[in-house]
Design a protein around this ligand. Structure first.
Ligand SMILES: [Mg+2]
Length: 259
């Protein structure tokens, strides 16, 4: 990983957009700082297409796509995307409404089993806005022992579910998408950008395990400083500052080159 300041100016000028994780990347333990918000506006004003790519619920995406200077929000770790067209927010799901309902029932049956076996697991406080996944709070308002998280993850995988970890949550779903497949589908479907052009033309900024597919898929990848200490995560560039300050630092590097 090289320092973010060494990102080549020529690459910054060629970028079509910036994709970013929310928690502990743009947000500081859930809070949006003034500098991170200013960084988002600066990037959008320099002509970059912005898309948030998060494990947070589709219900959050419905709000943020209205309020933030973004072209869309890819939520629930790639499964559900939100876009605003003519002042209306549209929810984009691969499944029909009926198929989603059926899959949800299957997911809730697994969740009931998990909660019976692993009593330490508590739902996160944002499950009401979720359509495709269920999330447990493992490090947001409480700390769940790593051995319990591992055992519960193995149990869910044995039942055919997909398990994804963020810095704060353990997500369970029956959908195969990840952040990379979800955002590539969004860019193709909404903006006609084919996946190989997107891989070379967009930068991704993240901090955590659920960002690994994007660190692998995109050519221009950045981590914020709090990513350090996770040897499996290797963005090509890293900010010296953590979370929102790190995001603002990366944005400043890109904007200085694009001015
Ligand atoms: Mg994160």
């Amino acid at each position: 990983m090289k320092p973010a300041a060494q990102f080549p100016a020529a690459d910054a000028r060629r970028l079509a957009g910036v994709l970013f994780d929310l928690d502990d990347t743009v947000l500081d333990r859930g809070r949006l700082s003034q500098s991170a918000l200013a960084a988002l506006y600066g990037l959008a004003e320099s002509g970059l297409l912005l898309v948030g790519v998060t494990g947070r619920p589709a219900g959050w995406g419905q709000v943020l796509v209205r309020q933030w200077p973004v072209a869309g929000m890819v939520t629930e770790n790639g499964i559900i995307a939100l876009v605003q067209r003519q002042h209306r927010v549209h929810l984009l799901d691969r499944l029909s409404h009926g198929e989603r309902e059926q899959r949800r029932a299957q997911l809730l049956a697994l969740v009931a089993e998990l909660r019976e076996r692993f009593v330490e697991l508590e739902p996160s406080d944002d499950i009401a806005g979720r359509f495709s996944d269920y999330s447990f709070d493992i490090a947001e308002s409480r700390q769940v022992d790593a051995a319990v998280v591992r055992a519960a993850s193995d149990f869910a995988r044995e039942r055919g579910a997909r398990v994804v970890r963020s810095s704060i949550h353990l997500h369970i779903s029956y959908d195969a998408d990840d952040k990379a497949s979800g955002v590539l589908r969004f860019l193709h479907g909404e903006h006609g950008i084919d996946p190989s052009a997107a891989r070379h033309g967009f930068a991704f900024v993240g901090d955590s395990e659920n960002d690994a597919p994007c660190f692998g898929a995109f050519e221009h990848t950045f981590g914020v400083a709090n990513l350090r200490g996770r040897p499996s995560l290797l963005p090509r560039y890293i900010a010296s500052e953590p979370m929102g300050k790190g995001f603002a630092e990366i944005a400043a590097v890109l904007l200085a080159a694009r001015r």
